[in-house]
Design a protein around this ligand. Structure first.
Ligand SMILES: NC(=O)C1=CN([C@@H]2O[C@H](COP(=O)(O)OP(=O)(O)OC[C@H]3O[C@@H](n4cnc5c(N)ncnc54)[C@H](O)[C@@H]3O)[C@@H](O)[C@H]2O)C=CC1
Length: 485
């Protein structure tokens, strides 16, 4: 292994690496080869206790610092992430298998954007003054306290920062539990935040499976939980948080529609469909995996798509030319291949792909099905792999109803040159994040999140502040208090 991928210890608590080998060992596997590249240990109850106690005792002093001081530390951390982008991207590639071509522009850089954005905003988080005659009310925007972040495996660095940056800007402490599949990158985020001057105990990382996440969520000292994960996990975590009336942000799964009208720029629509189905080997929650293409341009669209997929460079993720890497794990690939079998059994037409690759690692071909119908399993369930379902339509009214006929509501896209139609369709989509003539952009300035079963709350943008702080109203009376007796 040319890079040292074994972290100094499994957890990062109270400003330092901490180990406890009594926990269940978690092997970290490089998806491109299947090799073990590190071992960490799941947090024991003692480690969980250490993390919560550290966060709890450090939080008040952090919240008492001025926003400018807090923001300066976050912005310094953003600069360090950018300076070390190469090494962090390599680590992200080892952790996830995503090509370096992607990780070098979309992971540590996106994390740095979040730290810079919320660092810049920290000093602006003020309350307001409400005059009531001679009396008045003022509001204080206060931290929630201890926040727990629980991550998925597809964007480990980004998720660690998207949750940490707004939480810390608002004066909270965070305990972050990465996915057990990708435990390495969040430790680097913690290390860098502390190097930038973050007080010990404000950003902690503990490893482990669902039980560790559950023990964090149910602890009475925890005030908020933000999860990125699947809908079934979201239900469990939301229910556990409800028991303690805790704040939640849920970023869950999707089966998002992308509608390509007959007047669309086909080349752009194909680019959008590629980005929305095959980036990160299709392991992106907001992917537009139900591609509704108008019958008049369907064959043209499919031909061009197949040609463009032929240009995908599948191979060593460390090679900057590689544009399509392995799946994150053998298990995730097996899930995707099972869906492909179901698609074939249900009569969908396999246009391209469909097979795993006979080589080391968890590779499979980018796969496109056409003639998919709304009732097929591959059109209803989230696959979380490189499998695109193309469905036909002829009428706007009909396609809108079909696009919205899903339990999910994370994202949706439309490709058309008709401006009026584009905005009409966007307004009618039942989804939190919509795209017109583009797909899967995720700048920190814009709110990101889902409706329906895809989640509650929003990440990024000013909207995230509402989910990591609370308002206190303070009533001030200048005249006498009138009491009834
Ligand atoms: N909406 C969004 O922003 C995103 C959503 N996702 C979704 O995440 C899923 C893929 O990620 P996975 O890691 O397989 O999801 P998952 O739901 O299996 O696990 C997510 C995280 O929750 C933890 N967890 C599991 N059970 C728990 C419990 N009972 N209490 C507390 N924590 C628990 C896991 O250890 C992991 O860290 C996909 O379904 C995808 O749609 C992924 C990325 C972004």
């Amino acid at each position: 292994m040319p890079y040292d991928t074994q972290p100094a210890a499994s957890h990062f608590i109270n400003g330092a690496y901490v180990e406890d080998t009594a926990g269940t060992p978690i092997d970290v596997i490089y998806p491109a080869t299947g090799e073990k590249i590190a071992t960490v240990y799941a947090a024991t109850p003692a480690i969980v206790e250490q993390a919560i106690a550290a966060a709890k005792s450090a939080q008040a002093a952090w919240a008492a610092m001025s926003g400018t001081e807090r923001g300066r530390i976050l912005r310094k951390a953003a600069d360090l992430l950018r300076e070390r982008n190469h090494d962090l991207s390599v680590l992200e590639t080892y952790d996830t298998g995503k090509p370096y071509q992607e990780t070098s522009v979309a992971d540590a850089t996106s994390g740095a954007d979040a730290l810079e954005y919320f660092g810049g905003m920290a000093a602006t988080l003020t309350g307001e003054h409400i005059q009531l005659g001679e009396n008045w009310v003022y509001t204080r925007r206060e931290a929630l306290g201890v926040c727990v972040g629980i991550g998925a495996w597809n964007y480990p660095t980004q998720i660690a920062c998207w949750k940490g940056a707004p939480a810390l800007a608002c004066g909270n402490a965070m305990i972050f539990k990465p996915s057990e599949t990708t435990p390495l990158c969040a430790l680097k985020v913690a290390e860098i935040l502390h190097e930038a001057g973050l007080p010990a105990g404000i950003y902690n990382v503990v490893q482990g499976m669902g039980e560790v996440g559950a023990s964090l969520v149910t602890d009475p000292r925890v005030d908020k939980v933000s999860l990125t994960g699947s809908v079934p996990t979201g239900r469990k975590v939301y229910a556990a948080a409800a028991e303690g009336i805790k704040h939640v942000t849920m970023e869950l799964g999707g089966k998002s529609p992308m509608i390509v009208f007959e007047d669309a720029d086909i080349e752009n629509a194909v680019s959008g469909a590629i980005l929305g189905n095959f980036y990160s080997s299709g392991q992106v929650c907001s992917n537009g995996t139900r591609v509704f293409v108008h019958k008049a341009i369907k064959e043209q669209f499919l031909n061009r798509l197949a040609e463009r997929l032929g240009d995908a460079v599948i191979g060593d993720p460390m090679d900057p030319k590689t544009s399509f890497g392995p799946m994150v794990s053998e298990r995730q690939r097996a899930i995707a291949l099972e869906y492909i079998e179901k698609g074939q059994a249900e009569g969908a037409r396999l246009v391209t792909g469909g097979k795993m690759l006979e080589r080391d690692g968890f590779y499979m071909e980018p796969t496109v099905f056409a003639d998919v119908t709304d009732d097929m399993v591959i059109a209803r369930e989230e696959i979380f792999g490189p499998v695109m379902a193309v469905l036909d339509f002829e009428d706007e009214e009909d396609v809108m109803a079909r696009a919205n006929d899903t339990e999910f509501g994370l994202a949706a896209g439309v490709f058309t040159r008709d401006l009026t139609r584009a905005h009409r369709v966007a307004a009618r989509f039942e989804a939190g994040t919509c795209y017109i003539n583009t797909y899967n952009d995720a700048p920190v300035e814009a709110p990101f999140g889902g409706s329906k079963n895809s989640g509650v709350g929003r990440e990024n943008s000013k909207a995230a502040i509402e989910h990591y702080s609370q308002l206190k109203s303070v009533f001030v009376r200048m005249d006498d208090v009138e009491a009834p007796f």
